[in-house]
Design a protein around this ligand. Sequence first.
Ligand code: MN
Length: 440
Amino acid sequence: MSELNETHDPELSSWVSSANTPGHDFPLQNLPFAVFRRKGTDEAWRGGVAIGDDIVDLAACVVAGHLKGMALEAARAASGDALNALMALGPGAASALRLALSRALRTGADRVLADCLVPQAGAEFALPARIGDYTDFYTSVHHATRVGALFRPDAPLLPNYKWVPIGYHGRSSSIGVSGQAVRRPTGQVLPAGAQAPVVAPSARLDYELELGVFVGPGNALGEPIGLDEAEAHVFGMCLLNDWSARDVQGWEYQPLGPFLAKNFATTVSPWIVTMEALAPFRLPWSRPDTDPEPLPYLDSPAHRTRAAIDIRVSAALQTPAMRARGEAPARLSESSFRHAYWSVAQMVAHHTVNGCNLQPGDLLGTGTQSGPDETESGSLVELTRGGRQPLTLPDGEQRTFLEDGDQVTFSGWCERPGARRIGFGRVDGTVLPARQAGPR
Ligand code: MN
């Protein structure tokens, strides 16, 4: 796991003055990665690093000759239209680049990178990696219990939950970057009281407030990744919305789990915050005394010391009426990844215990991050108790599930005394009406 070093010093400031704004997501201590180009151009997509309101154009840095050694090698690997090559190099390369950029962007440094800056406001973003495989976990015991109670009131939490980091293989082809317009899916649903299903647009479209984990170096097929090595195989984390059609899910999910209720769209934030940037926000990993101890491959002293991460996440909704009046999105909930029952390292160790091979750029979802309190729920199905208790928004509008035109925005950040606050930026997506004709 990444250790604290000079790049985390909370006293550091940057000659890019916007980065020093209190509460900014992208101070010098963050330096997250994305793939971008200038908006409205046909420029090549390339990697960039956020600093304040700007982006350090890594391809331009390479051409300008401002970097050397492993930092140069890392920037070169990040100069293409996806970050897979950088991810494959491992944490040492990204860390060398982080250190070089931190030093070059500090107050007092020669401003040689000034010519390599692109304003974020004038940029558009692509998916940060070519995602070969996508797996979604279910790491919040609070989410699992609340959703389980809706589907199975008599047995909310299945007996395997406290032993197995539950997940399912999702679909990478429908993953999009923030700004994605999500067509309301049509599918098989079983109306209440009906004996047979119908095909209809989902009437219970929901979001899931999750974090994404981008895999760094992979493992050979047949070679598991040990728990204490797991984070060396992780590049960083982003925000993730696992759009979900609850009515489709309720009918189709047994016995093999999510299928068409989930694979029509998944939206990620453009920025990936590295595990190194998250180092100041680590916490001990523990579990209630009354719960079973993890099996040996999911447990270690080092893991217990600092495997949890306090990443705060929040969800907000802007209805078309709010948008028309120019009103900001209304916050629906807030929680933290610190409440997760399983850590990032446990997700990786479990995913590979059978020899399954992860590859650079693979994406792991954490599952909906709901906290212990009901108000900390990361999905509408929890906040509205299965659609039975509508939410009332600040303008008086009500929602049980998402309506056409609704925009869902997630944000994420880390803060604690003695560290500089860092943020994940945002991920947003808007619901489009179902296809008029429906399936034929
Ligand atoms: Mn999910």
